[in-house]
Write a protein that binds this ligand. Structure first.
Ligand code: GRF
Length: 211
């Protein structure tokens, strides 16, 4: 019997982070298996990525629905799931939903939290003239991008960077961070103390990825 952690990935769009997780999980030594993809947006390209990888994929429409109603249907697709990864999932989950998966929901965000939460992380970093930008992988709590930080990675902001150029470099960091953090979760190496996550690191591992 397989003792791999069973992972569901929730998506809304192109799914490049989903792809990074699928690619990592294709390695037989990776401790987690992506077994379910759910999109809240019909036709999201991430659904095609799931199909290509042979992973069960479904759509649960959120638009125009009460959160509780949406989440009740979503839960029907998450039976036996150990870890939920949010990968460009543009919907805030309720505390009630998160309680069912306490400290088992992970997100990736394109900014160095706690700076620049929300949907404009890259634009906000540029607008503030920061000299370093980056990505954060964190556990999800009921706030928006506020949960305990698992790992972060940074890139220098160049003169002349546009949102597109900076987003591309940050995205490359995201794709490194997310599989790394999922591994830690799946191996049971993450614990939470107050608002901080602790990770039992192996020799050579760090919680910071430089760009
Ligand atoms: C990423 O930038 C992620 O940090 C943010 O949404 C974007 C999703 O991109 N939460 P993708 O769908 O994974 O390509």
């Amino acid at each position: 019997m397989s003792n791999l952690a069973r992972v569901a990935v929730l998506v809304s769009g192109r799914g490049s982070n989903l792809q990074a997780l699928l690619d990592a999980a294709a390695d037989p030594w990776f401790p987690a298996d992506v077994v379910q993809v759910v999109s809240n947006v019909p036709g999201a390209y991430a659904l095609e990525r799931a199909a290509l990888a042979g992973v069960a994929a479904s759509t649960v429409v959120s638009k125009g629905r009460a959160r509780e109603d949406f989440e009740a249907e979503l839960l029907g697709h998450l039976d036996g799931i150990d870890i939920i990864c949010l990968a460009g999932f543009m919907r805030v989950l309720t505390g009630g939903f998160l309680d069912r998966f306490r400290h088992r929901v992970v997100n990736i965000h394109p900014a160095l939290l706690p700076a620049f939460p929300g949907t404009h992380g890259i634009a906000d970093a540029l607008a503030h003239g920061t000299t370093v930008a980056g990505a954060t992988c964190h556990l999800v709590d009921a706030g928006v991008d506020t949960g305990p930080i698992l790992a972060q990675g940074g890139v220098a902001v160049q003169d002349g960077d546009t949102q597109e150029s900076l987003a591309a470099r940050v995205l490359a960091i995201e794709h490194r961070l997310y599989p790394m953090c999922l591994r830690w979760m799946a191996e049971g190496r993450v614990s939470v103390e107050g608002r901080r996550a602790r990770v039992r690191l192996l020799p050579g591992e760090t919680r910071w990825v430089g760009g």
